[in-house]
Design a binder for this molecule. Structure first.
Ligand code: ADP
Ligand code: AMP
Length: 210
């Protein structure tokens, strides 16, 4: 099954994707993680993306579309995948359609802006495996250490409150219209993204099975 997780930054897409991909045995593709890895290894694409990311803006469509086109060609995607953080604009969604990529289900994880601010300010990510935690809502067993791989947990540069406001604005302006795009295609389910992580997983899996 080919799945898109939609939602604001901090809605819980990465958290849910990690659980669901384990469940369905399909990979998660996060454009944000791919760009951060490129930046870490100093590639030209990574360096080009950095200024956009640091300001909370979207990286240009042609860059992320190129990333996705290449990634979806890989062998592990042939039985399905979960897209986390792509598409984020209507032209990106149109590019997927033009590539002939068939999307089965789109789940929008719905979280109010006030809650997003709380979540992103306490988010910690593993610098090694990208697992996501929250200092209060979803802490690692040992502070600063990843449960999954024992890597170091860090705070993302773009989770600073000033950048978060810009990212939310960008989300409402450029990404939220995708709900209408996929609703028209009959693929959209909306899941309430507040409350227990396990309950949200249950509702998301139900939406995928419907
Ligand atoms: P996204 O991938 O949509 O940007 P994340 O999965 O990284 O969002 O989640 C954002 C932050 O909120 C993380 O710190 C995560 O641990 C926390 N979080 C995720 N789901 C919930 C939830 N249901 N309740 C409280 N905090 C959550
Ligand atoms: P994320 O990890 O999904 O929160 O993404 C972090 C940042 O990477 C975003 O704020 C953008 O700057 C960039 N990015 C990730 N995915 C996309 C996308 N599909 N389109 C444009 N920019 C993206």
């Amino acid at each position: 099954m080919n799945i898109i997780l939609l939602g604001a930054p901090g809605a819980g897409k990465g958290t849910q994707a990690a659980i669901i991909c384990d469940h369905l045995k399909i990979p998660t593709i996060s454009t944000g993680n791919i760009i951060r890895a490129a930046l870490k290894s100093g590639t030209e694409m990574g360096l080009r993306a950095k200024s956009y990311m640091d300001e909370g803006k979207l990286v240009p469509d042609e860059v992320v579309i190129g990333i996705i086109q290449e990634r979806l060609r890989e062998d592990d995607c042939k039985d399905g995948f979960i897209l986390d953080g792509f598409p984020r604009t209507i032209p990106q969604a149109e590019a997927l359609d033009k590539m002939g990529v068939k999307i089965d289900k789109v789940v929008d994880i719905d979280v109010p802006d006030e809650e997003i601010i709380n979540r992103l300010s306490g988010r910690r990510v593993c610098e090694k495996c990208s697992a996501t935690y929250h200092v209060t809502f979803n802490p690692s067993k040992e502070e600063g250490v990843c449960d999954a791989c024992a890597g170091t947990l860090i705070q993302r540069m773009d989770d600073h409150p000033n950048t978060v406001k810009e990212r939310l604005q960008v989300y409402h302006d450029q990404t939220e219209p995708l709900k209408g795009y996929y609703e028209k295609q009959g693929k959209l389910s909306v899941v309430t993204g507040t409350g227990d992580i396990k309950d949200i997983t249950r509702m998301t899996l139900q939406a995928l099975e419907a």
